[in-house]
Structures are given as structure tokens and as C-alpha cells.
Ligand binder design. Structure first.
Ligand SMILES: NC(=O)c1ccc[n+]([C@@H]2O[C@H](COP(=O)([O-])OP(=O)(O)OC[C@H]3O[C@@H](n4cnc5c(N)ncnc54)[C@H](OP(=O)(O)O)[C@@H]3O)[C@@H](O)[C@H]2O)c1
Length: 353
């Protein structure tokens, strides 16, 4: 079989995997393409939702007997454990698959071991094809599984002069409807949306993922998290409206840092424990400063509106930086115009030492 067809199949598997982003959590998004011994595609699938069939199982069902002696091309090492579904390693062996090509090993200690089981059954297993693209496609899940806390995206909206609200406290709506629609789509890809109690008191946001025009809620809603050391969230706050699950995370429940506020690493550890793999930090400047100072932000997405305010709070408050040499260095990865606004994506560079 030409290796070109395996590379092509892996590209297709990565595209398929992406369809599960936002719906598979706490499971990974996985894609699979099956080739028969002549290199023809005989089945493909992706993991669509937690509890549903895994990518390999969907593809095997499609291929039937044509999978025999063939190659399975998968974005993540096939699982080796029985959870809500049976082990994929076993299903591939039973189907008579001769070779399995994997992009990325499974970092989850509970599910890993698929490669060893396959090899023990005489199946040839290769790693590394398409690994960079597959990593990028599943970066939130892989990162959170490897280190035990969620992949955190800090999203903010600001004017061109970096203001996140006017002096009278108003901040709705700095950016356009197009940008806000983009944010709602982003909310649909994460498991939790996090704000500080300051934002709840100032803006009383709903924090649901919804259609801005008619208010229709997305099928899957992220957990709404209010970081609220002393339980100041009002009883009638919209985040308590029952439209989605809400967790008011207090210092008494999570633990307090040296300043008496909610300890942010403990908060993230608890969220991971609750199945959160990707989280969106939506504000405001104080909490964002806390997370950035602790080095807990993995990606920054800034929506910048072509407006000037000249005064008012900045998008980011104290993040522990007092001199330019200590500025949090970012690597710009994307700049896209969304309606009249700019969406700027950047990754914090790892600090030495
Ligand atoms: N443009 C934007 O993107 C955007 C987004 C959101 C908000 N905003 C604006 O931001 C303003 C609110 O700002 P804000 O800074 O008060 O909101 P915030 O960052 O959402 O909330 C800050 C509060 O979070 C609580 N907190 C708990 N643990 C913390 C910790 N470890 N580190 C830091 N904070 C912790 C603190 O209150 P306790 O100590 O009582 O817990 C703190 O006062 C409003 O004007 C709002 O409109 C703008």
C-alpha cells in the first residue's frame, strides 16, 4: 500500500476528528479511516459524543468484512479499556485489522495500552504519522490530560486603546454582533466558562452559548463558573437562571490562596476532576490578572474594536508584572477580521526557570 494513501487517510481522520470538538468532552475528539489491503477507503468515523461509539467502532461498522487485513488510520491511540463502550483495541483485532497507524499516543493512563494489546495480537502498530496536525486539533484535551488541569483560553474584548469598559462601568457592547456571535461559537467548544464575581456584579451576564438573534440555546452548554471568594453572587443573578449548570466557586469550597481569594490552581484541579478539559476565561481584568500571574493561561483571544475610550478599566489588571523585562511574552498565531473588529489569537511563551 502506498504511504501516500496513509498520509491522506490521516489528514481525513484529523478533519473527521474536528467534528467532535465541543461535544465529546470529557473524551477526546478522535477520527478514524480504514483502508483495505489495496489502500482503498472502506470505512471512516469520528467520536461524536461522550458515551457514543468511538471513531474506530463507527468506521469498522461501515467497513464490515472489507476491513480484514486492512489498515486503521487513527488520530489517537485506540483505547484499551471498557468504559461506557468496549475497548477499541479488541474490536480492531476481532475485525482482522493487520496494521494500525496512530498520530498521537493516548496520555490517559486509564485508556492507554491499546498499542501494546494490538502488538501482542500480532497487529503492526506505527506512531507519528500526522502527529503535529493531530496534536494541534486536539490540543486542549491532550494538554489537560497530560498535566491534570484544563486548557485555559482567556478571551477579552477591548477598544483599540485597550479599555474593557467605560468609566461609568458600561462595557456592553464594546465589540460588534459579529464578534459576539464568534464568542458564542467559542463557548460551544469549551466545557466551562469562567468569570469573577466582579463581572457578575457589574454586567449580570447569562454566560450561555446561544443564538444572539433569537436567544435559542445551543444544545450543549458549558458549565458556568463564578469565582467568588466570599459568596457575593446575588440570588437573582442571571447565571443562576437554570438555563445551564452553574458553580459558584467560593474560597470555603475550593481553598484560599495567600490573599484569601479563591486559590486558582485548586479551582482548575477541581474543574478537571469535574470533567472540564477546555475552559474559557471571560473576564474581567482582575481575575484575568490572577490567572496570568500564575501562568495558568494557555491561549489569549482578544477581540479588538475600532473604538477609543481614553479612560476606563483596561482589559488586564495587575498580572504581577512591574518591569518591561517581565512582560508576558506572547506568540501571535492568528489575526482575523470579524465584522468591523479584529480577533487576535496568541500563545503565552513558556518562561524560563
Ligand atoms: N471587556 C471584557 O472583555 C470584559 C469581560 C468581563 C468583564 N469586563 C468588565 O470588567 C469589570 C469587572 O471587573 P473585575 O475585575 O471586577 O471582574 P472579574 O475579574 O470578573 O472579578 C474580579 C473578582 O473576582 C474575585 N476573585 C476570586 N478569586 C480571585 C483570584 N484568585 N484572583 C482575582 N480575583 C479573584 C474577586 O472578588 P472576591 O475577592 O470577592 O472573590 C475579584 O474582585 C466590569 O466593568 C465588566 O464590565 C469586561
Amino acid at each position: 500500500m502506498a504511504s501516500g494513501s496513509v498520509d491522506e487517510a490521516m489528514r481525513r481522520a484529523i478533519t473527521l476528528a474536528a467534528r467532535g470538538i465541543g461535544t465529546t468532552s470529557p473524551n477526546p475528539a478522535v477520527g478514524c479511516v480504514l483502508l483495505d489491503p489495496d489502500g482503498e477507503v472502506v470505512g471512516e468515523g469520528f467520536h461524536a459524543y461522550a458515551g457514543g461509539p468511538h471513531a474506530e467502532i463507527v468506521a469498522l461498522a461501515q467497513a464490515g468484512r472489507r476491513a480484514q487485513g486492512g489498515t486503521a488510520v487513527v488520530t489517537l491511540e485506540p483505547c484499551d479499556h471498557t468504559g461506557r463502550t468496549g475497548p477499541c483495541s479488541h474490536a480492531l483485532i476481532v475485525a482482522g485489522i493487520a496494521r494500525v497507524v496512530v498520530a498521537v499516543p493516548d496520555p490517559n493512563p486509564v485508556a492507554s495500552g491499546g498499542a501494546a494489546t494490538l502488538r501482542a495480537a500480532g497487529v503492526q502498530v506505527e506512531f507519528g504519522v500526522g502527529s503535529e496536525e493531530a496534536e494541534a486539533g486536539n490540543v486542549a484535551w491532550l494538554t489537560s490530560m497530560r498535566r491534570g488541569w484544563p486548557y485555559l483560553i482567556w478571551k477579552y474584548a477591548a477598544t483599540l486603546d485597550g479599555r474593557s469598559a467605560a468609566t461609568d462601568g458600561t462595557s456592553m457592547w464594546i465589540t460588534s454582533e459579529a464578534a459576539r456571535t464568534d464568542v458564542h461559537a467559542l463557548r460551544g467548544t469549551v466545557d466551562a466558562v469562567i468569570v469573577g464575581v466582579g463581572t457578575v456584579l457589574a454586567d449580570d451576564p447569562r454566560l450561555t452559548a446561544r443564538n444572539l438573534r433569537d436567544g435559542t440555546l445551543a444544545i450543549r452548554q458549558p458549565l458556568r463558573v463564578v469565582v467568588d471568594s466570599h459568596g457575593r453572587t446575588p440570588a437573582d443573578a442571571l447565571v443562576r437562571d437554570g438555563a445551564a449548570r452553574t458553580w459558584i466557586a467560593t474560597a470555603a469550597e475550593v481553598g484560599a490562596g495567600p490573599d484569601g481569594r479563591v486559590d486558582l490552581p485548586s479551582l482548575l484541579a477541581e474543574l478537571h476532576h469535574r470533567g472540564v478539559r477546555a475552559a474559557l476565561l471571560e473576564g474581567g481584568p482582575t481575575l484575568a490578572g490572577g490567572f496570568l500571574a500564575a501562568g495558568l493561561v494557555d491561549r489569549v483571544i482578544g477581540y479588538v474594536a475600532p473604538k477609543l475610550l481614553g479612560a476606563g478599566p483596561t482589559a488586564l489588571a495587575d498580572a504581577g508584572v512591574t518591569t518591561i523585562a517581565d512582560a508576558i511574552d506572547l506568540e501571535l498565531t492568528d489575526v482575523t477580521q470579524v465584522g468591523p473588529d479584529l480577533r487576535i489569537t496568541a500563545l503565552p511563551r513558556k518562561r524560563e526557570g
